[in-house]
Design a protein around this ligand. Structure first.
Ligand code: ATP
Ligand code: NMN
Length: 225
């Protein structure tokens, strides 16, 4: 067993604190990040982390340290979104009453410009692994924390929409970090994986999770009620 080296909050802006977390040294420490609007956060946004956790635990390769919501800022020009501070607060309230491993990172929501997902993941990497971060092992060595993007099939399918994601960003996200994809009604994730050259070339760093019982709740539907 080993311990996370820091006793202060793992990222400065969180609602919860990591205090010495035990780590199974035989596994790769993993933090999962979901980027999105969360306007509002839904049960599926909570469920997707639990689905990811069940899958990861079963694989036995990683030890999950935490999951983070990173709500997009007000500069993401998507129509109908609530202000970022409300969306962030809704996420904070949702995790505080339902989870002991999910947290909300405010950094992205507070930025003065829109931040691409690749940049958001780099921010997590810097905070978690930079400056002597990561996990400290019993022998004194440190181990980097792996960071993976958690997303629904629709977001991954948007990788193929012209002009939405830069190929360089996709290589960066899929090579350096990796993706955990939750199937979503209306998107053929496996078909997309096979047909998209960049995603296919990084398929070893992509985990697809089947939604055994499909639930197509969406923030849009809730906004329209
Ligand atoms: N029902 C769902 N099944 C699978 N993934 C989902 C589902 N709802 C949301 N997600 C995923 O959650 C992440 C953040 O979601 P986002 O805030 O865009 O929610 P959304 O419900 O898709 O929102 P909107 O309706 O505003 O587009 C995305 O990766 C999205 O694919
Ligand atoms: N080029 C990019 O980095 C890029 C493109 C499209 C969406 N995204 C992200 O995907 C998420 C999409 O959220 P919505 O499904 O609510 O639009 C947001 O976090 C957004 O920042 C990133």
């Amino acid at each position: 067993m080993a311990f996370i080296a820091r006793a202060e909050p793992i990222l400065p802006s969180h609602t919860k604190t990591f205090i010495l977390i035990t780590v199974d040294e035989s596994k790769t420490p993993l933090v999962i990040v979901a980027c999105g609007s969360f306007s509002p956060i839904t049960y599926l946004h909570l469920r997707m982390f639990e689905m990811a956790k069940d899958n990861i635990v079963e694989r036995g390769e990683y030890e999950i340290l935490a999951g983070y919501y990173s709500p997009v800022s007000d500069h993401y020009k998507k129509e109908g979104l609530a202000p970022a501070h409300h969306r962030r607060r809704m996420c904070e309230l949702a995790v505080s009453s339902t989870s002991d491993w999910l947290m909300v990172d405010a950094w992205e929501s507070l930025q003065k410009d829109y931040q691409r997902t690749a940049v958001v993941l780099d921010h997590f990497d810097l905070e978690l692994n930079g400056d002597e971060g990561g996990v400290r092992l019993k022998n004194g060595e440190r181990k980097n924390i792996k960071i993976m993007l958690l997303a629904g099939g629709d977001l991954i399918a948007s990788f193929g929409h012209p002009g939405v994601w830069s190929p360089l960003d996709l290589h960066h996200i899929l090579d350096k970090y990796g993706c955990i994809i939750i199937e979503r009604t209306g998107t053929d994730v496996y078909g997309f994986l096979l047909s998209h050259d960049i995603v296919y070339s990084h398929r070893k760093n992509v985990i697809v999770i089947k939604q055994l019982i499909h639930n197509d709740i969406s923030s849009t539907k809730i906004r329209q009620v």
